[in-house]
Design a protein around this ligand. Structure first.
Ligand code: SAH
Ligand code: SF4
Length: 387
């Protein structure tokens, strides 16, 4: 069933939005309490309720005095979103939620559960969005059709993780938690660097979510200067590059930011990232039939990554309404993988998740709001912004 989200129930609100607790670090919570003449030591308790317990109502913060709970309930918002719809797929292992933000914007977030097997422990990965829409305008991506609406705040980003931490607790009778976060939802995270970085700090801080930096991966279309900046940061997060093409000619069309930061510059920034962090870089490559899936292109890709600490992740293309790109047949995908592996580079095929719930980024929102093709200002036809 598809909900009707076109009604005025989802129209933008014009009322000023009160301060929102989720997204504040300990210092900011202390400042908020101090402004109100409340004892600042309560900040640690509040942070625990927000980030560990995931409460969405101040009245549930049971170790705070009643007067403070009432005050918080009246003057402050806890959570930056409401849930519009949640769908499941893959035998309940994949869940996609559509969230409505305070200004009426809609954004997607996905939980992928991977049960334990012989080789690894159970993982619960949340794929977070970092922007409403995206300015890069890749022509195979549902989010790209939308253009950029706005950046998400740190609270709107980390709120997605808190949401699924709560859901996991409801769904599984044990103390299941989110174990990994990937910035692979809607938006280009490095174009919203400051808020994304604040969200990563909150994810990592022991008094907040307490997730190790190595369990966080940022995926980017290739904003080379921002990759360099990321490499200088104190927390060494994983880096994934949405490459999708081994030559500038093709990449200029598939990932238009390549016109600004061509492949050579991108690979240079990746080399620097590896040198700075000692972490392997993942290259995402969505295989599109007769576009980027030939053996010759696999060889070119292998040459490009030669000598770099790299991994190639082949992605079966999700069909997007309004896009002409077709997925590559399975046999060709395996031949492509073999060619990469034969050159000594590790290469996996990503398992398809959530196809039945509009798996690829931006697809559920796009479907619920309107057909992406109805958007006349598709970013592919606009000038590139100045990143
Ligand atoms: N903007 C960032 C992160 C979000 S997109 C980036 O591009 O890296 C997350 C991943 O989904 C990217 O690798 C992107 O190329 C891929 N993707 C987008 N549309 C897709 C589709 N229709 N099928 C498969 N992968 C897709
Ligand atoms: Fe933006 Fe990533 Fe989609 Fe390209 S693939 S339009 S960069 S969200």
């Amino acid at each position: 069933m598809i909900l009707d989200v076109s009604s005025k129930q989802f129209a933008s609100t014009k009322k000023p939005i009160p301060p929102t607790l989720v997204g504040m670090n300990l210092g900011e919570i202390r400042a908020l309490l101090a402004e109100r003449g409340e004892p600042v030591y309560r900040a640690n308790q509040i942070a625990r309720w927000l980030y560990r317990e995931g409460v969405s109502n101040a009245n549930d913060m049971s170790d705070l005095p009643c007067s403070l709970r009432e005050r918080l309930a009246q003057e402050i918002r806890i959570s930056p979103y409401e849930v519009v719809v949640e769908r499941t797929a893959d035998n309940n292992l994949t869940r996609k939620a559509l969230l409505r933000l305070a200004d009426g914007s809609l954004v997607e977030t996905v939980l992928m559960r991977y049960p334990a097997n012989d080789r690894q422990r159970a993982r619960n990965t949340v794929c977070v969005s970092s922007q409403v829409g995206c300015a890069v305008g890749c022509p195979f991506c549902a989010t790209g059709f939308l253009g950029l609406k706005r950046h998400l705040t740190a609270g709107e980003i980390i709120g997605q993780v808190i949401y699924f931490n709560q859901r996991l607790r409801q769904l599984q009778a044990n103390d299941a938690r989110v174990t990994n976060v990937v910035f692979m939802g809607e938006g280009e995270p490095l174009a919203n660097f400051q808020n994304v970085w604040s969200a990563i700090e909150l994810l990592n801080a022991p008094e907040c979510v307490g997730l190790g930096a190595r369990r966080v991966t940022v995926s980017t279309s290739g904003l080379a200067p921002r990759i360099r900046e990321l490499g200088t940061k104190s927390l060494e997060v994983g880096l994934a590059i949405s490459l999708h093409a081994p030559t500038d000619d093709l990449r200029n069309r598939l990932v238009p930011v390549n016109r600004k930061y061509p492949i050579a510059e991108l690979i240079d920034a990746c080399r620097e990232y590896v040198a700075q962090t000692n972490r392997r870089v993942s290259f995402e490559y969505a295989l599109m039939r007769d576009v980027n899936d030939s053996i010759e292109q696999a060889r070119t890709l292998a040459r490009l990554l030669d000598g770099l600490l790299a991994h190639v992740n082949l992605i079966p293309l999700n069909r997007v309404e309004g896009s002409l790109f077709q997925p590559t047949p399975w046999s060709r995908m395996l031949a492509f993988q073999k060619t990469i592996q034969a050159s000594g580079i590790s290469c996996t095929v990503r398992s398809e998740r959530g196809d039945a719930i509009d798996g690829a980024c931006g697809q559920l929102r796009a479907r619920l709001e309107q057909s992406p093709t109805a958007n006349a200002s598709s970013p592919a036809r606009r000038e590139l912004p100045d990143w």
